[in-house]
Ligand binder design. Structure first.
Ligand code: FAD
Length: 460
């Protein structure tokens, strides 16, 4: 304890103000617990709001507008060559998008009586932590929630000190539009940001170490996206490992496969690492694994009876909506209510053009597990709505139990897949059968009908 600091006692301290942390804090406060959030940046929103979901989706919206304008030429509408001004774009993202949402979160916190303290938290024990920063203080608590999130992983074995080599946070700041951009990593972050920069005018080369883009996702769902990337990017190389990066004046020389090429910037998007270093967890009963991940049970409890953990710090899938659900569950558990993170699916979306979304069992997983399933594929070439949008490249896919017809998984590729997957998640979570989905009237003409059509094809 700092001299002169008598410390303060509260019911709940949440460390980290990202979606996991603020969801836990808001619900704790609603349930009558005195709740304080400690965040290193003294703000709510975390990586999601400031360097993740929201800024990337704002920039992808810009990319989508540019893409639509380009496509409009097909039906005789020509907007001419777009002129992009980075300053207004950055300002719109920072003020009209991030700033607006940040003000909203701050006002929700005020209305619920959740206090946000700025400073880095370090645990002194299982029921006490010290907050650094401008106004150091000690907090004692009955329950602690660790929600410190994750950070971009560095490139293993390749160290280079150059601001031309960016992680996703630096890339989202839009320092400029590099003429030549190398994207290292064919996961969702590399693909989303690669498409943003390609739309803004960069010549993008994307390399991925594994054999395909979006590892783990069924290939038929990835194919339309891969085709689009082949068109948008100068080059896509899978099965290609980056071996060296060298600063060469104002450029970066990159070696990968049998190539050495020069780029103006490099974006490294090779995954994220749970942020548990420096938290003082050795003074608690929590023992993160070698990757920094904290193991939790279905109630969000760690190995320490006073400490819970939610969000990216608990490992994959590192997604904001999972963090939010975990946060709400933990709050209920702390308040003594029966609750568990017993969700059947955590849906995932890649917000590229086209979007790719899936939830539950994939066809690949079913095959590997030797599970008897029926697969339905409905091509958007047969969808009235997709045709009016000029987007026959989409596909909606259902994976259902071979015997009962219960929907076990859904995959969608096409514009709006990120919205459409909500119906799939509900179907799997609520244990609906293909017959239930087929018998539900879907509005016409919509892309949602493709789920109904896919389900109908399983009844034949
Ligand atoms: C480019 C990008 C795009 C993404 N897009 C999506 C998307 O479209 N959809 C989606 O679901 N997810 C997306 N994600 C992932 C999403 O951002 C994370 O899953 C989510 O933010 C995790 O929330 P969290 O609460 O666990 O932690 P975070 O949001 O990481 O918040 C952690 C907070 O803890 C604070 N903190 C850390 N250590 C301390 C400490 N010792 N003391 C005090 N405070 C501390 C940090 O300052 C931070 O504010 C994206 C991520 C990136 C990088």
């Amino acid at each position: 304890m700092v001299m002169g600091d008598l410390g303060r006692d509260v019911d709940v301290v949440v460390v980290g103000g990202g979606p996991g942390g603020y969801s836990a804090a808001f619900r704790c406060a609603e349930l009558g617990l005195e709740t304080v959030v400690v965040d290193a940046e003294q703000r709510l929103g975390g990586a999601c709001l400031y360097e993740g979901c929201i800024p990337s989706k704002a920039l992808l919206h810009v990319a989508a507008v540019l893409g639509e304008a380009e496509r409009a030429r097909e039906f005789g509408v020509d907007f001419g060559t777009p002129r992009i001004s980075l300053d207004p774009l950055r300002k719109w993202k920072a003020e009209r998008v991030i700033g607006k949402l940040a003000r909203g979160l701050a006002s929700v916190a005020r209305s619920k009586g959740v206090e946000v303290i700025g400073g880095r938290a370090v645990f002194e024990g299982s029921r006490e932590l010290r907050v650094g920063g401008d106004a150091p203080q000690t907090l004692r608590f009955t329950h602690g929630v660790i929600a410190t999130g994750s950070r971009p992983s560095p490139l293993p074995g390749i160290a280079i000190d150059s601001d031309r080599v960016m992680d996703s946070t630096a890339a989202l700041a839009l320092p400029d539009v590099p003429e030549r951009l190398l994207v290292v990593g064919g996961g969702y972050i590399g693909l989303e940001l690669g498409q943003v920069y390609a739309a803004l005018g960069s010549r993008v080369v994307l390399i991925e170490m594994l054999d395909g883009l979006l590892p783990g996702v069924d290939r038929d769902l990835v194919q339309p996206l891969a085709r689009r990337c082949d068109k948008l990017f100068a080059e896509v190389r899978v099965g290609t490992r980056l071996t060296a990066l060298r600063a060469a004046g104002e450029t970066i020389e990159a070696s990968y496969g049998d190539v050495t090429a020069t780029f103006d910037r490099v974006l490294v998007a090779v995954g994220r690492r749970a942020a548990t270093e420096g938290l003082g967890l050795q003074r608690t009963g929590v023992r993160p694994d070698a990757r920094g991940v904290i193991a939790v049970d279905e109630h969000g409890r760690t190995a320490d009876p006073y400490l819970y953990a939610v969000g990216d710090v608990t490992g994959e899938p590192m997604l904001a909506h999972r963090a939010m659900r975990q946060g709400k569950v933990v709050a209920e558990v702390i308040a003594g209510r029966p609750a568990a993170f017993d969700n059947v699916v955590v849906p995932a979306v890649v917000f590229t053009d086209p979007e790719v979304a899936w939830c539950g069992l994939t066809e690949g997983e079913a095959q590997r597990a030797g599970r008897a399933v029926k697969i339905a594929r409905f091509s958007w070439a047969a969808s009235g709505r997709a045709t009016t949008l000029g987007r026959a490249d989409g596909l909606t896919k259902l994976v259902a139990d071979a015997e009962s017809g219960r929907v076990l998984g859904v995959g969608i590729v096409g514009p709006g897949a990120g919205e459409l997957i909500a119906e799939g998640a509900l179907a799997v979570e609520a244990a609906l059968t293909a017959e239930d989905v087929a018998a539900t009237i879907h509005t016409h003409p919509t892309l949602a009908e493709t789920l109904m059509e896919a389900a109908e094809s399983l009844l034949k």
